[in-house]
Every structure is written in structure tokens, then in C-alpha cells.
Design a protein around this ligand. Structure first.
Ligand code: SAM
Length: 276
């Protein structure tokens, strides 16, 4: 025997632990059930499950109903998807680890919601989830920020909820914190994808609304009857606009190039997008 085959034999023996072949499990013996361990490596972030109380809160914050299509990015053992499906929603998980995907599918089957709770093995940064009405996240701030342009391009009104991690300078529309018993991963944040309202709008013949938009926050002026009034408390909530100008509270809905709404205690108002 030459030196190389001897070395290969030694390596193989140490791989098998030097056990004779008879010590290996017999063919046909079921493999032990896969059990993930908290903190195990994932592609871009480790696996840590969201506490069930926070899963419930996140879905409450997003006001998930049977009309929704919920997508969990990095779906782990499938708990968020399964909880959403239990509420009657269609729900889908995208998970890189194929063992976690198979475990989620078994969990959905056991929960009796496999028809509404589906899972796919894939990279969240290479997957299309543009038809989701609710996106759930438990990633990292850096990953949330990488997803931000994709999320902001989704249909206005889409809700995004995240366990613990923020979106950097995109302020949340709402947040929640679990009670004093909770020591880690206790917060959830909600963002509502805002319609794009920035620019100039015409109100009738004379009036003009000028909006500067940063995420859901608005600033600008309303010019009516020759007076330029600064806006305060101005924001988008999905396709809904609200602001105060000249002591009056305006609200309305943006659809395409038109806003229509009401002035509190007053009449209706409408605006059309001015040519750019
Ligand atoms: C912190 S765990 C959250 C699991 C689950 N969403 C929950 O809240 O219980 C993050 C999950 O993302 C998965 N993951 C990491 N990077 C990923 C990627 N690029 N694409 C898909 N899944 C990924 C990990 O395997 C892990 O299961």
C-alpha cells in the first residue's frame, strides 16, 4: 500500500469514529427529528424564534385579517406564518435553511393550516414578495435597511412589522413593548408604506399645496386666497394624507394624481397634481 491510500483509510476510520459498519443505523431507521437550536447560524442572520406573545402583537399591529397575504422574510420554524394562517390569512415564509423549511411545513400540517401556510427555500434578497399586504421581519437593522427600497416600492398601505430592529432613519408609525418580564427581543415596530405625495398640487384655480416628503412625513405650504400657510402635523398613512394649515385640519385620500377629502368642521377639498 502506498502512503496516500493509507492516509485516506485513516481519515475515513476517524470520520466513522473507528466503529465497525454494524454500529451504523440500519437502513430504513427513521432519522431523528430535526430540532433547530437558538442562535444557530443562518445565511445573513442567526435563528432566534420570536416569542409567541410578540408574534400575536405584531399581527395585531398589522391588523391582519383573512383578506391579507402575509409574508415572513426569514421564516425560521414557521410560527409567524402559521399564526397568520390561523387568523384566516394566506401566509408564506421565505427561509434559506432547507431543514427549517421542512420543519415549518410539518408544523403547518400539524396545526391544520397547510392549505394557507406555505414555505419556500430561498434568499429573501432574491425573492419576489411584492404582492404581500403584510411583511413580517425579525432580521437586523442593516438587513431591514437593505430591504427598505423594495418595501417602499410596495403598494401604499402595505404594513411592515419588525421584531426589535428598526429601519434606521425611517421612523416607525407605531411601536409596542412587552411588559417588564421580557428581557430580550421585547419590541415590535410597524410601518405603513406611504403613497408618494411629494411635489406640487393645485387646489381649484388659485390654491396650491406644496409637499416635501421624507418617508411618511410631510412638510410644506398651503396657499389659499393669497395666503401662504405652513403645514404642521402633516403625514401620509398609506394613501391617507392629514395636515393642519391655518388652524384647520385637512384629511384626504390620494389616488393616482388626485387627492379628495374633508376639512374638519368644514367642507370638502380636492387637489390635482400640478404638471412637473
Ligand atoms: C431571527 S430568525 C427569525 C425567524 C422567524 N421569522 C421568527 O420570527 O421566529 C431569522 C431567520 O432568517 C433566516 N435567514 C437568514 N438570512 C436569510 C436570507 N438571506 N434569506 C432567507 N432566510 C434567511 C435564518 O435562517 C433564520 O431562520
Amino acid at each position: 500500500m502506498t502512503r496516500l491510500p493509507l492516509l485516506a483509510t485513516a481519515c475515513l476510520l476517524s470520520f466513522w469514529g473507528g466503529q465497525p459498519a454494524a454500529a451504523q443505523p440500519a437502513i430504513g431507521t427513521p432519522a431523528p427529528a430535526y430540532a433547530p437550536s437558538v442562535g444557530q447560524t443562518g445565511k445573513d442572520v442567526v435563528w432566534v424564534p420570536t416569542h409567541q406573545e410578540l408574534v400575536d402583537r405584531m399581527l395585531d399591529m398589522a391588523k391582519v385579517t383573512a383578506e391579507d397575504y402575509v409574508v415572513d422574510l426569514g421564516s425560521g420554524d414557521g410560527r409567524t406564518v402559521i399564526t397568520a394562517a390561523r387568523r384566516g390569512a394566506r401566509a408564506h415564509g421565505i427561509e434559506y435553511n432547507p431543514d427549517l423549511v421542512a420543519l415549518s411545513q410539518r408544523n403547518a400540517q400539524a396545526a391544520g393550516v397547510a392549505g394557507r401556510a406555505t414555505f419556500a427555500q430561498g434568499d429573501i434578497f432574491q425573492s419576489d414578495f411584492s404582492d404581500a399586504t403584510v411583511v413580517t421581519l425579525f432580521l437586523l437593522q442593516t438587513l431591514n435597511e437593505r430591504l427598505r427600497p423594495t418595501l417602499l416600492a410596495m403598494k401604499p398601505g402595505t404594513r411592515v412589522v419588525s421584531n426589535t430592529f428598526t429601519m434606521g432613519d425611517w421612523e416607525a408609525d407605531q411601536s409596542f413593548e412587552r411588559d417588564g418580564q421580557c428581557t430580550s427581543f421585547c419590541r415590535a415596530y410597524l410601518w405603513i408604506i406611504p403613497a408618494r405625495a411629494g411635489g406640487a398640487w393645485r387646489l381649484g384655480e388659485e390654491g396650491r399645496l406644496t409637499l416635501d416628503q421624507t418617508f411618511q412625513m410631510l412638510s410644506g405650504t398651503l396657499t389659499r386666497e393669497g395666503r401662504e400657510l405652513p403645514l404642521s402635523e402633516a403625514r401620509m398613512t398609506g394613501d391617507r394624507i392629514t395636515f393642519t394649515a391655518g388652524g384647520q385640519r385637512y384629511s384626504g385620500t390620494l389616488e393616482g394624481d388626485r387627492i379628495a377629502g374633508r376639512i374638519e368642521g368644514g367642507g370638502a377639498w380636492s387637489a390635482t397634481r400640478a404638471a412637473r
